[in-house]
Design a protein around this ligand. Structure first.
Ligand code: ATP
Length: 677
């Protein structure tokens, strides 16, 4: 903060005011960030650069921030690059006139496609100096690659990459030794890394957000020829974090902050229908007594934990014209009485999956309810028996372009929270009040819409009985939530202590299942010869942007599932581990094939143990002697988690917390078992 407060003496090249920000300047910042692991230093580089962008070319603040967070648009826009390693290698080869086998050999040798691009560019004779890349140009180019559709899309994507690569300087400072300085500020390297989805700078989105807040506060002070106070910097940070958690869209926030200033941001940027927010998440528990300890002396409430798919329903009635125009500008579709959208846990638009919900919405929305955002679970519904069906039934529904008349598995929506009502966010109100508002605004309709069943009893016996009742009603267990006071507000995007989950299956185990990324596969033997027989799984470490391996798994798969997985995974094999996979070396421990990090699976485990073969939690200090990671004992496949992206997998910190909390750490259990095969 001290350096930030002084008027910027910064190491970045200047550009003319109003001129597009040179991409080389951004890459230079990336390179400085890459050279350090100190969070404060990273933040300082980032903030100084953003402040310079604000000073010289504020119009480029949005694309600069987007390129820093490795995004092209808000998550709900559903814009994905959809590019695998083979397309990138093809583009590098064609741009630099090197053959694919040579590029592949380099990739095998170097292991980092970004560096392969640097090497390829620096060995290429430059015929003419290309027009320098700009931040807005790179953003547009990447956007073009992401949005190509129709016939020949793959080759047009390759063309798009080639266009960017041929304009990219291999390195702003001339030739580099890729083994020594990580490839330097090479534009080609950072373009490739963006395409791969990992910049690997240790620049978490949270860090960019804090740096952005600091840059804005400093810039506003610069304009008044003042030095910002520490309180001003802290307030700016807190405003921006809150606003982003309620309206996670830089496209909305950045123009607003440039126009109205940070102090007024909360008034101009509020939660609104059409822009999904990241949901509040719960912490796992292993016993009801743990719940009682946590909430001692406070009022709490227990709700059924429905086992379906999380859904955030957004709606604006036709008669609310002002709100309507904003909502239609974002992702919304026509419902009978207004516009509505359904978003998944990770902000994907599910409206095409659930047209049946949208078609019936008018029957449960009361007439004077003009707009809302609801947090709910959709569950499969047995129309004859009038009861909830297991999660597996819901999975049989098609994911896209569902026609209402073709729907075989009916769903019922169970609402458990209300985030916005009639033009106003209600997230800050206590849960007790939100629940009352929820019940006033909607009418339950059997088999279509209901309120999550709850019980406010505070005694252990009552909770145990309610848990048994929930399981009989085909639920997974209970959600226990703080009921009154400021702590009972809805906390978007947080895994909060104010929401606890009690899953029936995990009482006395480790408290929860894990959601892990598939990084590799082993060829099957015996009955499984034509498919993969086992897989290598990893958790995610957001601080280092690496996937840390946690187990091999070969149990819990039916033959049919193994066949489906074989078809799906053989399309994403890669020649070697990505540089951001953290796994113990040693020939016999390598999987037969490595995979792109794309799929997340839910996995159960008996418990967690330390193992030299795996890397999960290595950086969390779980092994005092160092070297060992955490691994799952007797892991069992539960299901594919379509609603989670790889970066939303269980984090290394969560795995480390589970490990520390489990009893086996203190009570020795005899020799550890690393694998189930
Ligand atoms: P994570 O594993 O990241 O915590 P998850 O999506 O795997 O998230 P769980 O942690 O198992 O889910 O439990 C929280 C989920 O339970 C919510 O995301 C929601 O989909 C579901 N759920 C069902 N009933 C409720 C309820 N009454 N209140 C809150 N969430 C509920």
């Amino acid at each position: 903060q001290t350096r930030l407060k002084t008027k910027s003496e910064h190491p970045f090249p200047d550009w003319n005011p109003g001129a597009p920000v040179p991409y080389a300047a951004l890459c230079q910042t990336f390179s400085l960030i890459e050279m350090t692991t100190k969070r404060l230093v990273i933040m300082e580089h980032c903030a100084l650069f953003l402040r310079q962008v604000m000073r010289l070319t504020p119009d480029d603040l949005l694309p600069t921030v987007l390129l820093m967070v490795n995004k092209l648009a808000p998550d709900y826009a559903g814009i994905e690059l959809g590019i695998g390693e083979s397309l990138i290698m093809k583009a590098i080869g064609e741009t630099t006139g090197r053959s694919l086998p040579v590029i592949k050999a380099d990739q095998k040798d170097i292991g980092d496609l970004g560096l392969v691009a640097v090497k390829s560019r620096s060995t290429q004779p430059t015929m003419f100096k290309p027009k320098p890349l700009t931040v807005r140009g790179v953003h547009q180019g990447l956007m073009g690659i992401a949005t190509v559709t129709g016939s020949g899309a793959q080759s047009r994507k390759v063309d798009g990459i080639k266009k960017l690569l041929s304009a990219a300087d291999s390195c702003a400072t001339g030739k580099v030794d890729i083994t020594k300085d990580k490839g330097g500020p090479s534009e080609a390297k950072f373009i490739i890394r963006f395409l791969e989805g990992k910049l690997r700078l240790g620049l978490a989105e949270r860090t960019v957000l804090v740096s952005l807040a600091q840059a804005i506060v400093c810039h506003e002070a610069d304009q008044k020829d003042k030095v910002p106070t520490t309180t001003e910097l802290e307030n700016g940070e807190s405003i921006l974090k809150t606003v982003y958690s309620e309206l996670p869209s830089y496209d909305a926030i950045i123009p607003a902050v440039l126009e109205h200033g940070i102090k007024n941001l909360r008034d101009s940027c509020k939660l609104r229908p059409g822009v999904p927010l990241k949901p509040m998440l719960a912490k796992p528990t292993k016993a009801i007594t743990e719940v009682l300890d946590r909430f001692e002396g406070q009022q709490f409430t227990c709700e059924y934990k429905y086992d379906g798919e999380r859904a955030q329903i957004h709606y604006v009635a036709k008669d609310a014209p002002q709100e309507l125009s904003r909502a239609t500008a974002s992702a919304s579709r026509e419902a009978a009485s207004g516009v509505a959208s359904i978003f998944s846990r990770n902000s994907e638009d599910l409206s095409k999956k659930y047209p049946d919900i949208l078609a019936k919405l008018h029957s449960w929305v009361k007439q004077d309810t003009m707009s809302f955002v609801l947090d709910c679970e959709t569950v499969a519904w047995d129309v004859d028996e009038k009861k909830v069906l297991p999660f597996q039934q819901l999975m049989t529904r098609k994911r896209k372009d569902v026609k209402v008349e073709d729907v075989k598995v009916k769903v019922c929506v169970f609402a458990f929270d209300l985030l916005y009502l009639n033009g106003q966010p209600v997230v800050e109100k206590p849960l007790r009040e939100r629940r009352e508002l929820l019940r006033e605004a909607f009418t339950p309709v059997e088999g279509e819409f209901g309120f999550a069943t709850f019980m406010n009893g505070q005694e252990l016996d009552e909770i145990q009985d309610f848990l048994d009742e929930s399981v009989k009603a085909s639920c997974e267990g209970l959600m226990v939530k703080m009921l009154d006071g400021t702590e009972s507000g809805y906390e978007p995007s947080k895994r909060s202590r104010n929401w606890l989950k009690v899953k029936k299956d995990y009482l006395s185990g480790i408290g929860d299942s894990l959601d892990l990324v598939v990084l590799g596969a082993y060829h099957g033997r015996g009955k499984r010869t034509s498919v993969y027989g086992a897989f290598l799984l990893a958790c995610y470490n957001p601080a280092t942007e690496t996937y840390e391996t946690v187990c091999n798994i070969g149990t819990g798969f039916s033959e049919q599932v193994l066949e489906e997985l074989h078809a799906q995974l053989s399309a994403i094999t890669i020649d070697r581990a990505k540089p951001f996979y953290s796994h113990s070396g040693g020939g016999q421990h390598q999987p037969d094939v490595w995979l792109e990090p794309r799929y997340v699976w839910e996995v159960k485990t008996a418990d967690l143990t330390l193992s030299p073969r795996y890397k999960a939690g290595c950086k969390e200090g779980v092994d005092p002697a160092g070297g060992k990671g955490i691994s799952l004992r007797f892991p069992r496949f539960v299901k594919v988690r379509d609603d989670k992206k790889p970066d939303e997998a269980t984090s290394s910190r969560q795995v480390a917390d589970m490990y520390r909390k489990q009893e086996s750490v203190t009570k020795s259990k005899g020799p550890a078992v690393d694998d189930d095969f």
